[in-house]
Design a protein around this ligand. Sequence first.
Ligand code: GLN
Ligand code: ZN
Length: 753
Amino acid sequence: MKNATIGYPRIGEFRELKFAVEKYFKGENSQEDLEAVANGLKEKHWASQKGKVDYISSNDFSFYDNFLDLAILFNLIPRRYQELDLCELDTYFAMARGYQSGECDVKALAMKKWFDTNYHYQVIEIEDDANICLRGSKPFDEYLAARKSGIETKPMIIGPFTLFKLARFTGEKSVDHFVEQTVKAYGEMLERFETLGCVWVQLDEPALVKDLAGDDIELFKSVYEKLLERKGCLKILLQTYFDDVRDCYDQILELDFDGLGLDFVAGSKNRELVINGPYLDKTLFAGVVNGKNIWKNNYNTSLKLLKELEANCKEVVISTSCSLLHVPYTLANEPGLKEGYKRHFAFAKEKLDELLELKQLSASGDLGNEPGYRKNKELFGKRDCVNERVQAEMNNLAPADFRRGDDFDFRAHCQKKYFNLPLLPTTTIGSFPQTGELKRMRSLYRKGKVKQPEYEGYIQGLIRQWIEIQEDIGLDVLVHGEFERNDMVEYFGANLEGYLFSCNGWVQSYGTRAVKPPIIWGDVAWVRPLSCKWISYAQSLSAKPVKGMLTGPVTMLNWSFPREDITSKEMALQLALAIRQEVDCLEKQGIKIIQIDEAALREKLPLKKSRWHDDYLDWAIEAFRLCHSRVAATTQIHTHMCYSEFGDILPEIDAMDADVITFEASRSDMELLKKLREEQFKTAIGPGIYDIHSPRIPPVDELALAINKIKEEVGLEKLWINPDCGLKTRGETETVASLKNMVQTTRETRKNM
Ligand code: GLN
Ligand code: ZN
C-alpha cells in the first residue's frame, strides 16, 4: 500500500508565517520578504514529507486561507475590492481583513467556521456580474516549485461543489447561473495541470458529507459529469472529510473519478459503504490517521480496517482523515511534556512517521514480530489517567443530578422577589479590557519575576477599579472582569486535574491567528477553587449583585484535544462535575448569579442533522444541567453563547434550563427573535444590543432603535440589556463610553414605558 497526506499545516513550526504576514501588514516587510518566508516554509514542509509519504500535496499552503485563495484563482473578487485598485496580494488581504485608508473603509469578507473544526474560512461572495474564469496561477506555481525541489506532488484545490455550497450569492442570481462558467474554469485548470505533466489532482469536497437534498446531488452530478470530461490523462482524486458520504456514495461511484478519499475516523458509515457496497473500481484514499486529534494511531485497528477495505476495492492508499492543518507541528518542541505523556501523542510531523510505519506494516506477513507494531500495541493498554473519586462520582450520578429542584416559573418568581431588579436589567458578558500592562504582569508572574502577593494585589486592584467603574456607569448586575484569566478554556484547564498543556502546539484558527488547545489526558477533577476568590472579592466591594463567570463543560471539551479512550459524553460529564463543584463554591460564598458560558456549544453540532441529538445535544444538555442542578431557587443561572444561529435548536437551548441566556445578535437576527416568540421560548434573553468586535461606540439613538425593535419582538418581561460578547479585546475608553450609552438608553426606555 502507498500512503498520502491531504494537506500539511502552513503557519510554521514557530508561527513564522504569522509573524511575516503581520510584519507585512505593518509595512515592516516587503512582498519579497514575505514570499521568501512563504517559499522557505513550503520547501520545509515538502522536505519533511519526502521519503515518508508517496502522495504529498501542494497548494496546501496559503497566505491566509485556502478557501479565499479560490477568489483569486477563479476571479471572484467582489467589486468593492476591485475598486481599491491594489496589487493582487493586497487585494487578497483586503478581502481577508478589510481595508482602511483615509476616507476609504471597506469591510472584510465574513468569516465562518470550517465545518466542525475550529478553523475559520472567509466567505467568498459571488456577485451577479461575476465572471468566473481561471485567473490566478498559485496552484501551478506551487506544483512547479515542488517539482523543482524533486517532489512530484498532487495539487489540492477546493472543488466546485464546496465552493458553491459555502460561497454567498449576493444578488439575484443563484448557483445555476454560474455552473457553466465554473466548470469551464476548473476544466481549464485541469488541462493546465495535464500540460505540465502532473499525474494526480485532489479536489476537496467536504461539503459532500453534509445532509444533501435532491438538488445538491443533482448539482454535484451535473458539475462533475461535465468537468471530468476534461480531465484528459490526469487522475482525479475526490477528497472528502469530517463525516461520511452516505447521501451521495452511489453517485460518486457512477462518476469517472480515479480516486476517492474517505474519512474513516469521523465518517461513521464510510466503512460500511465501502465494504458492503459494490466493488470499488477506484483508488481508495483511506483516512485512518486522525487529522484532528493528537493521539497516536492504533495500528492494530487501522491495519485491520485497511485489509477489510482492500478486499473490496482496486487499491488502497493509507491517508489522513483530513488535512493535518488541524493539529500542531511537532512534539520535538515540547520539552515541558514528559516522555511518559509524549509517547502517546503524534502531532503533524509524527503522523508522517505513522503513515510510513503503517505502510511498512501493511506489507508484513508477521505483525506479531514487528517491533513497531508491538510498541504501538503497548500504548493502548492501561494508561495512568484514572481518578477513582471521579469514577465513583460518575457511577453515582442519578436522574436528580440533572434536574433543578424547582421549575422555571417558580424560580423566576423567587428571583424576581429576591433581586428586585428594574425592568430591562443591564449587565455585561464577563470580561473587561485586558491591557498590555496586565498581559506583561501575567507573563512576569509566570516566569517567577513577579511574586504571588504582588500579582494578586494587582488583579485585586483591577477588580476594584472596574467595580467602581460599573457602579458609576449604573449597570444593574456587575462582573469581576476576568482579569485572572488569559483564556477562558486554558485558565480553567490549568486549574483542573487531568489536563496537559503544550508550549508550541499552535493550530491555525484563522489567518494569522493560532490557538494552543489544551489536551485532556485523564479523568478531569476539581482540586482547588478556580475563580471563586476573585469573584467573591468583587462581591465584597458592592451591594449590587456580582455575576460569577465560569466556562461550561461543552465549551471546555470543544476547545481542547479530547481523549480517544472514553466518549465525549463521559468527558463532558466529568467536566460538568468539576464545574458543579465550582458553582457550589460560588453559591456558598454568596454569589447569587452565576453564568456558565457555552460559547462553543452551537458550533460543534454534528454535520449531519440525524446525529444532532444522539451524538451531541443529548449529552451536551445533560452536562450543562449537571453543573447547576443543585443550586437554590433564588440562585440565578445565566449562560452565554457566541453564535445566535440556534434558531433550529430552540427547545434544546430551553432544555438547558438556565434562567437567562445572552447571545450575539447581529443584523439578521430579527428572524431569530420572531422565532423565540413563536416557539414560546422560556428562558429570559439578552440579545447583544451592540457589536463588541469593533471599537466603534454605538450612539444612543442607534441603541434605542435596537432596544425598541427587540422589545417589540419579545416583550419586556424577559429581556436583559447587554453587549453581545465579552469586552476583553476592547480598549477602556470605548468600553466605558459604550456601556454608558447602553445604560442611558435603557433608562430612557424605562421612563417612556
Ligand atoms: N465570559 C467570557 C468573556 O466575557 C465569554 C467569552 C466568549 O463568549 N467567547 O470574555
Ligand atoms: Zn461570546
